[in-house]
Design a protein around this ligand. Sequence first.
Ligand code: PLP
Length: 406
Amino acid sequence: MNTDRSYAESRDSADPLARFRDEFFISDDNLVYLNGNSLGRLPRRTSSALAEFVTFEWGTRLSSGWESWVEVAERTGEVIASSLVGARAGEVIVSDSTSVNLYKLASAALDARPGRSVIVTDTDNFPSDRYVLEGLAAARGLGVRWLEPDPIEGPSEQDLSTTLADDVALVSLSHVNYRNGSIADMAAITRLAHSHGALMLWDLCHSVGVVPIDLSGCEVDLAVGCTYKYLNAGPGAPAFLYVREELQEELAQPIWGWFGQTDQFEFGPRYEPAKGIARFLVGTPPLIALAGVEEGVALAADAGIKEIRVKSTVLTEYAIALFDEWLASFGVGLGSPRESSARGSHVALLHDDAAHLCEALIKQKVIPDFRPPNIIRFGASPLYTRFTDIWDGMDRLRAALSALPS
Ligand SMILES: *Cc1c(COP(=O)(O)O)cnc(C)c1O
């Protein structure tokens, strides 16, 4: 293994996605930003799209703009469906936040399985997901049955098989775990949930835009995902939701808003859910933020999810190779799966002084992410993360470890 920085430079020169870095606004080329899995960078085209929307669309068209604005949520959903998550047209729409979408879809799923009293999720799932599911269970007098996944490999088909029974209405898991970066086996787990008559809801926040997803092929019922991580749509940009076409008619959205109404501009006396995916909308979409989603999604679609995945894999493999060479001897542990096919686009490094090490890195212009109690996350966002960023981040972590009082 060549650990020279010049090797990282040569990999950057040979990188077929290198030109995409120029698509981003980068205020300081020396800042090593390894937190794109938490908040993606700003695409240049988004700055101009936002300015254009505000000035020309809002500024000059005023309320007449709604003629075309009402279509943006569905139009953007189509691009996510066809280029990133393997869904059919009419199965994905952009709306609300991931947490709210999770609530809407989980609630609809529970209504569709009356008589069943259990929601299955895992103890290491993202906090908002756990809270939303627990809240739904509490409100309905249902129970949550918790999987206890391996802390590095994430939830497995095996874990699920021991918790599934015919009382389970819904299984809800993250596709890529936010802490360890493990990828769950979507096809096998979905099949298993279905064999017990449960509906399956996947959270794609940490996989969309960086791991190829095949919702149709895996016959997934429901999914949610956010756009401000690997899709670079901007802080607080609206999320998306997916509902398998065959289920749309049957599922009832719990929030009866006017954007989910059949004929919204009739202002009719009663709520009648729209046909198709639009019934999962609630209220007026945030058009300014949607412009950021449209640009971020287009950028990922341009680069191609297969190419993005290839670069993501080699970047995290490189980080792990440097970890083996430099960090293992300092007592740092690898907190992510070593097998590339089982790992998303970030690498978790384990150390008791993780909080302090992250502070030291930030002082050295490396932005990682700290997840209590002992995880340092290094995220690779393939459209702009360079091999030299990985090298610099690992090198400065090595220096911070050397400087720890022994
Ligand atoms: C980031 C993330 C969320 C965020 O939900 P918001 O409603 O956008 O705050 C939810 N779930 C997972 C798995 C995430 O990684």
